[in-house]
Ligand binder design. Structure first.
Ligand SMILES: Cc1ncc(COP(=O)(O)O)c(C=O)c1O
Length: 402
């Protein structure tokens, strides 16, 4: 079934035709990787050929409670019965804005968009409009829009030259960029963390540098938001950003993003021509409100930390048994497997072999990304993942003849 769909897609869908699998960047096929989904519920997905997997990709991090979470689905079905985009604003819009305002530090005002790219790009445009400066200092992944995809053909040279990447964890590097353009940097836009957590005071120091040079600090919390803490990385690390972009986990798989921040900045949003047809979409808003309420009432975030810690200890034990330099790093909710061979090529081969083996053992992981844990993982799932890790490490060990 899957092969037939791939052949059909190759004739009509430009991206699938070239990359018929999970992997959006740096694609190389991983053995056994499923392509088309038949069903998804809780922590598990079944592909069209009937293979079942514990999903540790979870809609690329957009599904935090579990696939088709009953409470969220119920609100969504109720919203759908009133039409998909019923022209006017809905009450849930206001409730969602109030909810985010009450949970997220410095979210004095909030507005809604559809994708993570939308929200981060809006924050950058807002920072440029307010400061009347051109340069953007950035770290991390922020989506597909021109200002951040400076490697892509088709992006104008004039656009590329105003986006400068800085080195995560290296304050001198950031300071140097500010020294080169002391009055021209509109904002620092960054993921608060990705695969490794920041060192002590790092984010706080960036906050200080931005204030000193009159640049806005934007946190791209598309991944960390509603996952590291209910108030996101600002709360988790006790540091204040000026603007914050959310998406992914906030609506358990439904498409919505949010831009939030201090009123002195957000009051300029109206000037930005930030108008999108699906701004009022009550379905995704209903999903978001219920997801956030569920996160608020439940144990989900604590559970993610517990599972992440348990997996980390397990990887530690297996590494010792197999004599392999490997560890599970990063935030517990988004753990990342890191091999520590001296040869970087060997690390890549090991990651790839590990990932292939995990998929073969029925655990869906991505070779180029950390994992996304979900609140739906059961004890049985956890045992299955641990078993897959043990088996896969042994395979990596013998494949590399370490
Ligand atoms: C940190 C971060 N920012 C922005 C984006 C872009 O979000 P979207 O794909 O919804 O446009 C992503 C997507 O993975 C992301 O991880």
């Amino acid at each position: 079934m899957s092969d037939t769909l791939v052949k059909r897609a190759a004739k009509s869908e430009a991206l699938i035709g070239e990359r018929p699998s999970l992997f959006l960047t740096g694609y190389e096929p991983v053995k056994g990787a499923p392509k088309f989904v038949r069903s998804a519920f809780g922590s598990r997905i079944v592909d069209v050929d009937g293979n079942e997997f514990v999903d540790l990709i979870m809609g690329y991090g957009s599904v935090i409670l579990g696939h088709a979470h009953p409470a969220v689905q119920e609100k969504v079905y109720a919203s759908i019965s009133n039409g998909a985009n019923p022209t006017l604003l809905s009450e849930v819009h206001v409730e969602l804005a109030e909810k985010i305002q009450s949970l997220v530090p410095n979210a004095e005002k909030v507005t809604f968009l559809k994708t993570g790219s939308d929200a981060v790009s809006a924050a950058v445009r807002l920072a440029r409009a307010i400061t009347r400066r051109k340069y953007v200092l950035q770290w991390g992944m922020h989506g597909w829009h021109d200002w951040c995809c400076i490697e892509s053909p088709g992006v104008l040279q004039d656009t590329k030259k105003y986006t400068i990447g800085f080195k995560y964890g290296d304050l001198d590097n950031l300071q140097n960029h500010f020294q080169c353009h002391p009055t021209d940097i509109a904002c620092v836009v960054m993921m608060p963390y990705c695969e490794e957590l920041p060192g002590l005071d790092y984010l706080e120091k960036i906050r200080g540098i931005c204030t000193e040079f009159g640049a806005l600090l934007i946190f791209d919390e598309v991944r960390s938001g509603f996952r590291s803490a209910l108030g996101g990385a600002q709360q988790y690390f006790n540091v204040n950003a000026d603007l914050v972009a959310f998406s992914k986990a906030m609506a358990n798989g439904f498409p919505i993003s949010a831009l939030a921040g201090r009123e002195i900045y957000m009051s300029h949003v109206l000037d930005l021509h930030l108008t999108i047809t699906f701004y009022r979409d009550p379905i995704a808003m209903s999903a978001a409100l219920e997801t956030i309420k569920e996160l608020e009432r439940g144990e989900t975030l604590r559970k993610l930390v517990d599972i992440g810690s348990s997996l980390r200890s397990h990887v530690g034990c297996v590494a010792e048994q197999c004599s392999i330099p490997v560890r599970l790093t990063g935030h517990e909710a988004t753990p990342s497997i890191k091999f520590g061979f001296l040869d970087d090529d060997k690390n890549k081969r090991a990651t790839r072999a590990f990932c292939s083996s995990m998929i073969g053992e029925g655990v869906l992981v991505h070779p180029l990304s950390h994992w996304f844990l979900s609140g739906s993982i059961t004890n049985q799932d956890l045992s299955k993942v641990k078993r897959a890790i043990s088996i896969s490490m042994e395979r990596v060990s013998s494949a590399l003849q370490y």
